[in-house]
Write a protein that binds this ligand. Structure first.
Ligand code: XIL
Length: 346
């Protein structure tokens, strides 16, 4: 077989994040690639709370509906992302009419209404939801988000409960980044264990895998796959890409001339990716896919965070205005040479 989804059939789903530019009439090339290689999709932005409920009680499902219809039309395994997250949440969610933080009761009620409305709308149509996103810090402690500050640790358990009430047959996941950092791994392990021990079902842990050429190590990634699956949950790779750019942030306090020079240093491949870097990228993807194959009994899905390099959020994060090459398809949606190796590996 010559497609990713066929090569990994029976092992794990091969997914991609979708944004609007890719799915509608606008982009035939992208659509062809999506429909050829992927059997799972996740919403890059259109199911985040600031987009679904920009004002209290005013839901906007236009784009999310199209996203779900597209996945159904092509028989894809559809993932919802994300119900409770400190980021891309509307500010009203945490505030009363005077701009003060709402009470615990009010926030819990808002969580319930949001989750019931959103999960309920797509009941039976979404295979799984990222219920809570990014609640644990790299040092293993709780992120001091508004949800944490106002509701306390229970907000996690409540979110999973509400999602289960709204669609008892959908799968429920906890999702986070940098999950190979040992302290963070243990923080996530403890937190999810607490939820499970309280009798609330968690079906999976998502490892985002926003990776680079030199981080994280395969070994620590494997340690996390093993640790998470020891909880009896599925593990999934939910937002993978491998940035080829140097890590770093421009020092906004530096002299303008230094900032300009440093910006160039952080953006070395504006005119194209040198062959040897493309090879390095391919080798790195192969290492990760080999690891996932080794643990195919634990891994349910491997989702890339986008289709073509031009669509990747990595062109804008953590440094804006860069040219990155982190995905499997180039800016014209042409398949990169190393993808054939990934297909043969599967
Ligand atoms: C990113 C999107 O890709 C961007 O388009 C958006 O501007 C910001 O969010 N962790 C997540 C994703 O869970 O939702 C984020 O997606 C990337 C980091």
């Amino acid at each position: 077989s010559n497609t990713l989804k066929d090569a990994y059939n029976g092992k794990f789903y091969i997914g991609t994040a979708l944004n609007l530019n890719q799915i509608w009439e606008r982009n035939e090339k992208a659509k062809e690639v999506i429909e050829t290689h992927f059997n799972s999709i996740v919403a890059e932005n259109c199911m985040k709370s600031e987009n679904l409920q920009p004002r209290e009680g005013e839901f906007n499902f236009t784009d999310a509906d199209k996203f779900v219809e597209y996945g159904e039309k092509h028989g894809m395994h559809i993932i919802g992302h994300t119900l409770i997250w400190h980021s891309q949440a509307p500010t009203w969610f945490f505030k009363d009419a005077n701009g003060n933080d709402v009470s615990r009761e009010v926030l819990i009620e808002r969580m319930r209404k949001h989750i019931h409305t959103v999960v309920g709308r797509y009941k039976g149509r979404i295979r799984g939801w990222d219920v809570v996103n990014e609640a644990i810090l790299d040092n293993g402690e709780w992120r001091k988000s508004k949800f944490y500050q106002i509701v306390g640790e229970d907000f996690i358990k409540l979110a999973f409960q509400f999602a289960h009430e709204a669609d008892p047959n959908t799968e429920l996941y906890y999702n986070d980044y940098s999950t190979a950092i040992p302290a963070k791994r243990e923080g996530i392990y403890k937190m999810v264990k607490q939820v499970i021990d309280s009798g609330v079902k968690v079906h999976g842990i998502g490892m985002q895998e926003h990776n680079g050429l030199d981080h994280p190590s395969i070994e620590e990634t494997e340690n996390s796959i093993l640790r998470f699956s020891s909880l009896g949950v599925k593990v999934m790779v939910t937002e993978m890409e491998i940035s080829v750019l140097p890590n770093g942030r421009p020092n906004m306090g530096a002299e303008i001339s230094d900032r300009v020079a440093y910006r160039k240093e952080l953006n070395p491949y504006v005119d194209g990716l040198p062959d040897e870097k493309m090879k390095e990228l391919g080798a790195r993807y192969k290492e990760f896919f080999s690891l996932y194959l080794k643990h195919q009994d634990k891994i349910d899905r491997v989702t890339l965070w986008g289709v073509g390099d031009g669509d990747s959020w990595k062109n804008g994060f953590p440094v804006p205005g860069r040219t990155d090459y982190p995905l499997l398809f180039d800016r014209e949606y042409k398949v990169k040479p190393f993808v054939q190796d990934l297909i043969e590996l599967g």
